[in-house]
Design a binder for this molecule. Structure first.
Ligand code: ADE
Length: 238
């Protein structure tokens, strides 16, 4: 997968060199290009913002640097999907991460200040698929953290990124339930035991216990997820 990121803070994305995503990059599974928006601002101060038309607080990102930077990425690109992180976008979920992991080219545009001039979205949407995506109902100072979150969630679903793909199967939000609690050695720690069923060697009983734990935890922490869960998840929607 090719990923391009436009930002005024390119070093933010140094984090993508770490851990499993860093390995996926060095193996060539994920090819990331980080573009400094200020490289496309040509005045003496490399200005990327201006006061809002019509007045009001804060600054808005000017369209020209965005246009030039996105031209450099989109011209000749093969069916890219452009994502602008925004608290006003569709909410990012595991479902959306799976969908986006099927794409071959994602372009992320990180806004700052009070946002980006609307014409950038409109013009980009005239030549590429565009989505506004929110990572949750709270407001960040800019899109960089949101894009890091999305790339981590999407990247780990790309074949070859996670060594053991089985670890993707029973985690939280896979099939609408939260994950079961995990334990490792020692069998007793500070007076606390590992649940005996996990040491029983009875695979069926372990599976059953883990499933019950997932349903119980989901009911306690996120009951609304159970209403959306399918009957195959072991719970009939109420
Ligand atoms: N930019 C500012 N807040 C955001 C959010 N919640 N999600 C995505 N991008 C954002």
């Amino acid at each position: 997968m090719r990923i391009d990121i436009v930002t005024i803070f390119p070093t933010f994305f140094d984090a993508l060199d770490l851990s499993l995503l860093g390995k996926a990059r060095s193996k060539g599974i994920i090819d990331v290009g980080v573009h400094d928006l200020r490289d496309s601002a040509h005045d003496r101060h490399r200005t990327v913002d201006g006061p809002p038309a019509g007045g009001g607080a804060g600054m808005v990102m000017r369209p020209e640097p965005w246009g030039e930077s996105l031209d450099g990425i989109l011209d000749g690109a093969d069916d890219p999907l452009v994502i602008f992180p925004s608290p006003a976008g569709d909410v990012f979920t595991q479902e959306m991460a799976k969908e986006l992991a099927q794409e071959t080219h994602l372009v992320f545009g990180c806004g700052r200040f009070e946002g980006i001039d609307q014409r950038v979205f409109d013009e980009t949407a005239s030549r590429a698929r565009v989505r506004l995506v929110s990572i949750g109902d709270y407001v960040l100072n800019g899109g960089e953290v949101a894009v890091t979150v999305m790339i981590e969630a999407i990247g780990r679903l790309i074949p070859g990124v996670i060594g053991n793909p089985e670890s993707l199967v029973e985690e939280s939000h896979e099939d609408g339930l939260l994950e079961y609690p995990s334990y490792t050695k020692p069998a007793e720690w500070r007076g606390r035991q590992i649940p005996p069923v996990l040491l029983s060697g009875n695979h069926g009983a372990v599976e059953q216990w883990r499933h019950e734990q997932r349903v119980e935890r989901t009911r306690r922490v996120r009951p609304e997820l159970l209403e959306e869960a399918t009957p195959e998840d072991g719970e009939t929607p109420q």
